[in-house]
Design a protein around this ligand. Sequence first.
Ligand code: UFG
Length: 328
Amino acid sequence: MKVLVCGGAGYIGSHMVAHLLENNHEVVILDNLQSGHKSSVLGQKLYVGDLRDSEFLDKVFTENKIDAVIDFAANSLVGESVTNPLKYFDNNIHSVVKLLGAMNKHGVKYIVFSSTAATYGEPESTPIQEEDRTFPTNPYGESKLAVEKILKWCDKAYGIKYTALRYFNACGAHVNGQIGEDHNPETHLIPIILQAASGVREKIMIFGDDYNTKDGSCIRDYVHVSDLASAHLLALKRLQNGGDSRIFNLGNGKGFSVKEVVEVARKVTGINIKAEVAERRAGDPAILIASSDKAINELGWEPKFNSLETIIETAWKWHSAHPNGYNE
Ligand code: UFG
């Protein structure tokens, strides 16, 4: 099938493109390169432009017979979303409204949407189930939850079938070491730890060690980016086979504390990465762990890189070869 990957030059999008090509699908990439990287697009058809530009979208859908869409195009910095919420509502919601409009106009009936654990906010219980309360504590999560609702109404009105995938902590890199995580600014734990390992930064700050957890630092569910990609393709196939619109969590169902992640990274890299305890970061829930039973049972998802060692090994392969990311 021919899949339009919006945000295909970004971190998760570029791994999705790789996975689709490895499974012999055709790919068309759309990215405004605001945070994506042209050099992550290895010889594929790339349209540079913005989803909010209807004429541009019309051109992409007219020039290509698209069978399905996977949408990663979004801003995703939680802190920035709190200080600049309108940026998030415009780029993360308005863009999907335009995209759905173009899909409807051109008769494209399937979309897999990149959602987030941030739709839940502070969890009611652990592990988090898809039916649990959604009460985002930041505009980023709010923007993704709003899109999930928009998708529901567009399914009813236009018959566009969707799957929304709520990721927990996306991490790791492609086993080939050629694509990986490169955000600017970098805010995510594992790349920051590995930047400390490769000397790009001096140390890692552990944001809080007075949480009510086993060692006082926050616990997260780390899920490999290539496993996320495989879940998207399974979700697309399920929709094509007549599956109804659904929401799934994607995580490994296992929590690791910040201190444990630092320890595993020291073991994998063989480097005594410097870590210091700092103040808590505003808005961080103590524990976020997914129940992914639904994805496993209903999508047939089988995460391959579900050990933290393997996740960090793949990330280290990328970071040690590309300490400055794509800009070298
Ligand atoms: N952390 C540190 N030091 C750092 C960076 C992070 O201690 O330098 C800690 C954070 O406080 C948190 C954990 O490491 O406890 C993971 O932090 P990340 O920033 O890597 O990831 P988050 O859990 O904050 O965010 C992830 C996704 C978001 C999503 C969110 C849902 O990256 O897109 O989960 O809550 F919104």
